[in-house]
Design a protein around this ligand. Structure first.
Ligand SMILES: Nc1nc2c(c(=O)[nH]1)N[C@H]1C(S)=C(S)[C@@H](COP(=O)(O)O)O[C@H]1N2
Ligand SMILES: [Mo]
Length: 202
């Protein structure tokens, strides 16, 4: 019989703590809907940058995903239900130029994380606006955060403000500070020194 306990769902080296830890670097931004927008820039197919104002972005089609969430510091948050706009919806609205194989996700205050296009295109990659059927709290990313549940959680950028299409891969905030460029928890890709040829920027 398959084992569906949380223990069996944990990637190597992870544990389930009490409660729902909150973790980020720096301050929690204030959400002002009239000033907020989400930019898609870099190597777009049109060559133009697109900005979604809050009324537009919050009206995009949504879905929900139930997923476990794994922080590289080894705690895992199990079975969260995220609601939001699939990354594929954004890709359809603002197509990338041919040859775009990576994206940089930008949060407030310059936090960033790079993701392979193949990871961004997964149907579980979301711009989440809701957690467990309630709007995100400020500390968990209000109004919108990235959720890329199959990669370590530092890739799930809170307070997301932009997506940059990249023709050449570049390291984001933690990837520049010694963390793995890909960050697959099932392969325990925690640190940059574990990277194999082809896993990091050329
Ligand atoms: N903008 C921003 N997003 C971020 C971070 C951050 O420092 N800034 N930290 C990441 C890390 S390391 C983790 S583990 C998760 C934590 O998400 P949570 O606070 O919802 O548990 O947010 C990620 N997203
Ligand atoms: Mo983390």
């Amino acid at each position: 019989m398959p084992d569906h306990t949380e223990e069996a769902r944990l990637p190597p080296g992870q544990y389930v703590p009490r409660g729902h830890p909150v973790l980020h670097y720096g301050r929690v931004p204030q959400f002002r809907p009239e000033r907020w927008n989400l930019a898609v820039f870099g190597a777009t197919a049109s060559g133009e940058e697109t900005r979604f104002a809050w009324p537009e972005f919050s009206a995009l089609p949504r879905t929900s995903v139930i997923a476990d969430f794994h922080c590289v510091t080894k705690f895992s948050i199990m079975g969260s239900e995220w609601g939001g706009v699939p990354a594929t919806v954004l890709l359809d609205l603002v197509p990338p130029a041919p040859g775009v194989a990576h994206v940089m996700i930008w949060g407030e205050y310059g936090y960033s994380a790079n993701i392979r296009m193949s990871d961004f295109q997964r149907d579980t990659t979301l711009f989440a606006l809701e957690l467990d059927e309630k709007p995100l709290t400020a500390e968990r990313g209000l109004p919108v955060r990235m959720v890329v549940p199959h990669l370590y959680a530092w890739k799930s950028v809170k307070w997301v403000r932009a997506v940059e299409y990249l023709l050449a891969d570049r390291r984001g905030f933690w990837e520049e500070r010694g963390y793995h460029n890909v960050g697959d928890p099932w392969r325990e890709q925690r640190y940059a020194y574990q990277e194999e040829p082809g896993e990091g920027p050329a």
